[in-house]
Design a protein. Structure first.
Length: 274
């Protein structure tokens, strides 16, 4: 819980010339008595690319702080042009209003600020060297960005916790990431090592491990091939014998026919002669 709350900030002289002073009307509320002062600080951001050009325009200590609602006006000098890059004078930049207690910042208000010439001609064709007297600043006071920080005030009870509270029971719960990793590993092993595939491999391997199994198969196959060859050889011999017999019979018939032919002509010749 914050002891001091920033209620409202009004930018009084806005728009204004670039070299005019800044004026802020600040309203805040204090809930308890404080032993130290509040420090308000105004910072001008000179460049969007580097913090080296940031300028602390002014700081103010406010105190002692009475309990209740308080209001005051904070004035600050304009930025030093020598510390701003010439190319960054015109355009949009940022103005920061911060408040701290005992060097600990507890609230920050940021404003966008637009710097441009008061002439349309100069804005369309800006000179190489900025004409500061013609530059007008416009703080976008309607759209501030407020950031609050929890700090330690006077009492130790007001200090924010630096670490989350201890939770001994949380150590007993398995870590989600470890559990997830274990599940993923189990799934990968299940895919790589299929139980069914392992059973098939064991059965196939078991047949090879039985002594004489392969030998019996060879003998069975060889015996079968021997029988088939024997049958084929026997059939071939029978066919050869039949062919030989047929050849002998045909030879005998051929010889008988030849003898008959020889006998026939001689007998006819003899008959004609008689």
């Amino acid at each position: 819980m914050s002891i001091v709350s920033l209620l409202n900030v009004n930018v009084l002289n806005n728009p204004a010339k670039f070299m005019d002073k800044y004026q802020f009307e600040i309203t805040f509320e204090c809930l308890e008595e404080l032993s130290k002062d509040l420090e308000f600080k105004l910072t001008y951001v000179g460049s969007a690319t580097s913090s080296e050009h940031d300028q602390e325009l002014d700081s103010l200590l406010v105190g002692p702080i009475p309990v209740g609602v308080n209001k005051f006006i904070f004035e600050a000098d304009p930025p030093n042009l020598a510390r701003i890059p010439p190319s960054e004078i015109l355009g949009v930049t940022v103005l920061l209003l911060t408040c701290s207690y005992d060097t600990r910042e507890f609230v920050r208000v940021g404003y966008y600020t637009n710097n441009e010439y008061n002439s349309e001609e100069l804005n369309q064709e800006p000179p190489s060297k900025p004409i500061v007297e013609r530059i007008v600043r416009n703080v976008l006071a309607e759209k501030p960005r407020v950031t609050r920080f929890a700090i330690k005030w006077d009492s130790e009870d007001s200090a924010p916790p630096e670490f989350p509270p201890d939770q001994p029971e949380a150590d007993l719960v398995p870590d989600d990431e470890d559990q997830y990793a274990a599940d993923e590993l189990a799934e990968e092993q299940g895919i790589e090592e299929d139980p069914d595939a392992m059973d098939e491999d064991v059965e196939m391997g078991g047949a090879d491990d039985v002594p004489g199994a392969a030998k019996d198969d060879d003998e069975i196959s060889n015996d079968g091939s021997e029988d088939l060859e024997a049958d084929s050889e026997g059939s071939e011999e029978e066919e050869d014998d039949e062919e030989d017999e047929s050849m002998d019979v045909s030879a005998e018939n051929q010889l008988q026919d030849e003898s008959a032919m020889q006998a026939g002509p001689s007998h006819g010749v003899q008959a004609m002669a008689q």
